[in-house]
Design a protein around this ligand. Structure first.
Ligand SMILES: [Mn+2]
Length: 241
């Protein structure tokens, strides 16, 4: 039995091949897992649980089937789908986790994050994030009529696309000092996150001890996951499962 970690699927209505792949994953390998963790950006956009698009219904059903089969599914918010709420979780049988959260992974205390909080060099992004996660902003947004929410979300995506195209690769990656500080704060040696779309297993020396930072792949370019069991964690391509 293994615990599976995925992130950054960025599911949307027009990603039909990816949507099929993900559904097959939920019905296949995920059903054999001990637990499934989705560390943010399951969806490319989320406008509120009262506006669930039709293409999401098969995922909701498949996630709920996992829950009924006894496979717990845990969910973190990403920067795209941070409005996923309790209604979605109830419908899909998933459990929402904080960003960041500490779990016991086969005896190793492990911190799970979406990953964007580690990108502290991107000050514009962090300012924008703080604004969008403000409960008053969220309540105001969710109270707007659907058409207005759709327009606002599109404008935000365009803004973020334009901003990203003008930033260096380094600015949009995690800040190594922030990673170390985060590990030290929680006194642990293992971190799993997504967001940066730079899958890797980074080994780092932390005050004389070996620490690991596992970065999950994004499914648009490289569908895959982190596969963890009592022997450790490995990045695996979806096709290899
Ligand atoms: Mn993200």
């Amino acid at each position: 039995m293994a615990t599976l970690f995925i992130a950054d699927l960025h599911l949307s209505e027009d990603q039909t091949a990816l949507n099929r792949q993900f559904l097959a994953f939920l019905q296949g390998p995920a059903s054999q897992a001990e637990a499934l963790y989705i560390l943010g950006d399951l969806f490319e956009a989320w406008l509120g649980d009262d506006l669930i698009p039709d293409f999401c219904q098969p995922f909701i059903q498949a996630l709920h089937n996992l829950h009924q089969q006894g496979v717990p599914v845990y969910l973190q918010h990403g920067n795209r789908d941070f409005l996923l709420g309790e209604t979605f979780c109830t419908l899909s049988g998933t459990q929402l986790l904080d960003d960041a959260v500490l779990i016991d992974l086969y005896g190793i205390p492990t911190l799970l994050m979406h990953g964007d909080l580690l990108c502290t060099d991107d000050i514009d992004y962090q300012n924008m994030r703080a604004q969008l996660r403000n409960p008053a902003w969220i309540a105001d947004f969710l109270a707007k009529p659907p058409a207005e929410r759709i327009a606002m979300a599109r404008a935000l995506r365009e803004h973020s696309k334009l901003a990203s195209s003008q930033k260096s690769e380094q600015i949009m990656d995690v800040n190594p000092q922030t990673v170390r500080q985060t590990l030290r704060e929680h006194e642990l040696l293992q971190l799993i996150h997504g967001h940066t779309h730079r899958p890797a297993q980074h080994r780092l020396d932390l005050d004389g001890k070996t620490a690991w930072r596992h970065v999950l792949p994004d499914w648009q370019s490289q569908p895959g996951l982190l596969y963890c069991d009592t022997r450790g964690c490995q990045l695996r391509e979806l096709a290899s499962l």
